[in-house]
Structure formats: C-alpha cells, structure tokens
Design a protein around this ligand. Structure first.
Ligand SMILES: [Zn+2]
Length: 278
C-alpha cells in the first residue's frame, strides 16, 4: 500500500503541474506530462484509480497529508483509530469529512496564522496574498536554489511560515518536474500542501537577471515564491494567471523592476494587479 500511496502522490503532483502548465504556457506541448499521468493511472489498481479520479474532479486535491491528527485539507481532527490506520499503511484511508485520501506526514510545512494586515480592515486584491514586508528589491543569489531560499527565508523571518528547509526541498522537487520559469523573465516557484493558512507569496527582483532555469537561455528577473495550502489549489491558478496577466506588458515589468524599496515594489504591484486580481 505504501507503494500505491507514493504513486498517488506522484500522480497528483503531475496533475497539478499539468493544470499549471496549461495556465502558464497555453500553447505549450504537454504530451510528456500527459503520457506520464496515463502510465501512472494504468499502473494503479482499478478501484483506486477510479476513486482518485472522482476525488480529483470534485476537489482538485485528492491526496492530502494528515499531520498531527488533522486532515490538512478540511481541518477536522481525525479519530485516533484512523490516524493509527493511516500510519500502518495497510489500506488506503479516507478523511471521514471530505473523503480525500490521507497519508501521514509529520513535517508538512505549517503556515503561521499571522494576519497580513495589521489595520484590521478587510483586505482586497493582491493584499489578500502578500504585503510590503514580503517584497525583496534585490535577490542576492545568482542561481535558482539560493534565490528561492532567499524568498523563503524572508517569509520565515516575517513569521509567515516555518520549516524553511522543508519548504525549500519541496519547491526544488516541484522544479525538478518542470521549471516554473516563464518567458518575460518571470518565475513562479511554489509549494503545495501547506497546512492551514491562506495562499501567500513573496516577491523578489534581480534586475540584471539570472539563470533560474539552468537549461534555458532566458534570464529571470522577477520571482514569485508562493505557498499554496491544500484547500486553495484551484484558487491558486486564478492568482497565478492574474499575476502573469498583470506583467504581460514590457512597461509593467519595467515599472516593477525600477523599484528600489519594498514599499515601492508593493505600491507598484498593487497598481499593476488592480484589474487582474480584483
Ligand atoms: Zn478532510
């Protein structure tokens, strides 16, 4: 059963990546990814494949971690007998509330429940997902891994997330499937399956550019690092396309890249995303 669970987790990661790539590169060739998904599906026992497909259609996230006795997707506390059964890995176990397939993961990165805005006013637009504190005008690193690490460290320093090392490892696993670097110098490294909290991102700039994707010739200048809680998987794609849309024009990217301070960056980002992330 351990092997099947691992297969399911891998399958889900590929599915997420496929959805993302359709958002990011609408005309991209995704045949390899589609074939890998088909092969994994075929390899699963029939009943489990059907269960996975049904859950995936309904919830997007079909396989989620159980951490500290809680379903990380719907947040309910699970009976001790169930958490013991999950640990034993004898059978596939489902959450009694949201029906998602559960696997045990003690180290699921946890998002701290810090409010993004201290004023207490209801937040709108991009302010629901980030703040001036999470803007980094100068990424120091000249390579992908260290750049992602800087953006995670900033989030951890400002107490938005914990376990920065686990987050970095998860972000790099995702990059290994297919790079999140896009045209126009943009990159969107991210981590899914965060326990609780809301979708949050930090943003860093590297004005002269660097090779985020070691296999591509293009240079990356604008890097968003995004943490995506299990429950916001679908919503994530809307935020992602909103950010891409806001930075589609050369003039928009120049405006952002001209910023020298976190406050300037934040003001520029709020202005640029006003229509694309309402
Ligand atoms: Zn649940």
């Amino acid at each position: 059963m351990d092997r099947i669970l691992k297969q399911l987790i891998q399958l889900q990661e590929l599915h997420f990546t496929l959805l993302e790539q359709r958002t990011l590169v609408p005309k991209g060739h995704l045949v390899d990814l589609e074939n890998a998904i088909k092969a994994l599906m075929k390899d699963l026992p029939q009943g489990i494949a059907t269960l996975y497909q049904g859950l995936q259609k309904r919830n997007n996230a079909a396989v989620v971690p159980e951490t500290r006795g809680t379903c990380t997707a719907c947040g309910i506390s699970l009976p001790t007998s169930l958490t013991a059964a999950i640990l034993s890995k004898q059978r596939i176990q489902q959450c009694p509330n949201c029906l998602r397939i559960l696997y045990h993961f003690e180290g699921a990165p946890r998002q701290l429940k810090r409010d993004l805005d201290q004023t207490g006013k209801p937040r709108a637009g991009v302010a629901r997902f980030s703040s001036a504190e999470l803007m980094l005008p100068r990424i120091e690193a000249g390579n992908r891994d260290d750049a992602i690490s800087e953006l995670i460290q900033l989030m951890a320093l400002k107490e938005f997330v914990e376990n920065p090392e686990d987050l970095l490892a998860a972000a790099l696993r995702r990059e290994a499937i297919v790079s999140t670097a896009l045209d126009h110098g943009l990159a969107f490294p991210h981590v899914r399956g965060i326990e609780s909290g809301g979708l949050t991102f930090s943003l860093g700039l590297k004005k002269r550019g660097f090779k985020f994707d070691p296999y591509a010739g293009r240079l990356t200048r604008i890097v968003f690092f995004i943490v995506v809680p299990s429950a916001t998987s679908v919503f994530y794609l809307q935020v992602l396309s909103g950010l891409i849309e806001a930075l589609r024009e050369d003039s928009a990217r120049k405006k952002l890249l001209a910023c020298e301070t976190p406050e300037q960056m934040w003001t520029a980002l709020k202005g640029l995303t006003q229509k694309t992330i309402p």
